[in-house]
Design a protein around this ligand. Structure first.
Ligand SMILES: [Fe+2]
Length: 382
């Protein structure tokens, strides 16, 4: 396992301010958005469709603080990119959009070096103001849209109308506060991790932030390799995984086969009170991976030999199946949902950090054994 140091000078590509939104291509945008509002505590915030003059596509946008998800579906049966994406991948992430300082300049620098452009820079404008927007092709069928806010103060992006009526289900539960997207993980077919990492280094001038290989990330049966890339300010972190040889099929390989190639495996959402968040998410019906009791026996022993004082109630943490990872400076709490699709593809992580910028390496074995139990139930741990 390696932590890298970044260059001292800021690269000339410009600044990344964070994740702007994640766009999913889905078969039914209304129902997909309703799943996340009712289960995860998001609220509707913007809409585009027939009523706003878009005859081809419908998008429902939901948000919780800085976490914004957009669900787009096709309104017609014609052959278009949304219908093709859904036919291949089922519902899945199509666009990881970044807020940036200079969308046009970034697009031009990346494409001049050979990056495939998807949408040339253009200004979008409505009564709320304007943005500059451009898109680049990254792994699989996934793209990155670069969004530069000029003077836009509306609900999502120009062209969308605001939605202010909350899902009434939210009134029945304690409020869920998701702070921000912490990281988004992309799974690659075997052999594609390094070229994908190099894509981020070359075109977006990201740097390697952290990496680990199969000597660290493995169980008795399967293993994987992972490199995390980040922008210079390290507000965007993108772990890139690939399967490694093991006795049985890697969970990454299972993902790639079901998704139909490279794609987003999980989205990690940072919270500041994981115990109340997970208690409420469970009450709302979100399903999480289970952790065997022996994990907590071992954790208590390891904590007893460390200088770390966990502020949260360990009994509550065990009851909720939350995982803890720590080093000599701090700790993090994390938990993983079961897949939110019929296919064993996309899932969510909820993470709370206490002076620890890691990804839970100490939990990988327990986590992967839990994942393999689920893989076994699907008949895919072969
Ligand atoms: Fe993660």
């Amino acid at each position: 396992m390696t932590y890298y140091t970044k260059s001292e000078a800021r690269p000339d590509i410009g600044e990344f301010y964070g994740f702007h939104h994640v766009r999913f291509y889905v078969s039914n945008s209304k129902q997909a958005a309703a799943f996340y509002t009712s289960r995860f505590g998001f609220s509707p915030c913007a809409y585009e469709g027939l009523e706003t003059g878009n005859q081809k596509f419908c998008t429902n946008v939901i948000r919780n603080n800085q976490v914004v998800l957009a669900f787009t579906s096709a309104l017609t049966p014609e052959d278009n990119e949304v219908n093709r994406h859904v036919a291949m991948h089922s519902d899945g992430v199509q666009d990881i959009a970044f807020s940036v300082s200079d969308a046009r300049g970034m697009y031009e620098k990346a494409t001049a070096k050979g990056c495939k452009g998807i949408r040339e820079p253009q200004v979008l404008q409505d009564e709320y103001g304007s943005v500059v927007i451009a898109s680049l092709q990254t792994y699989g069928d996934t793209i990155h849209t670069l969004i530069q806010n000029v003077d836009y103060t509306g609900p999502f992006l120009p062209g969308y109308r605001a939605v202010t009526r909350d899902d009434p289900i939210n009134a029945a539960f304690p409020k869920i506060n998701l702070e921000v997207i912490d990281h988004i993980v992309g799974n690659q077919p075997d052999g594609d991790m390094t070229p994908t990492v190099e894509w981020y280094e070359k075109y977006l001038e990201f740097h390697r932030y952290w990496s680990a290989d199969e000597s660290v990330i493995h169980t008795d049966y399967s293993s994987l390799r992972s490199v995390v890339v980040a922008d210079w300010d390290e507000v965007i972190k993108m772990p890139i995984n690939e399967p490694a040889e093991g006795l049985r099929k890697s969970q990454i390989q299972e993902y790639v086969e079901y998704y139909g190639g490279a794609g987003v495996q999980h989205i990690a959402l940072r919270v500041n009170d994981i115990i109340s968040t997970i208690s409420t998410l469970r009450a709302r019906g979100v399903e999480f991976l289970e952790v065997p009791p022996k994990y907590y026996d071992s954790l208590r022993k390891r904590l007893a030999h460390s200088s770390i004082q966990v502020q949260e109630d360990l009994a509550k943490i065990e009851e909720l199946h939350i995982l803890i990872d720590f080093d000599d400076r701090g700790y993090l709490l994390q938990i993983f949902s079961k897949p939110v699709e019929d296919r064993p593809t996309l899932f969510y992580e909820f993470i709370q950090r206490h002076n620890n910028n890691g990804f839970g390496i100490g939990n990988f074995k327990a986590l992967f054994e839990s994942l393999e139990q689920e893989q076994e139930k699907r008949g895919n741990l072969v």
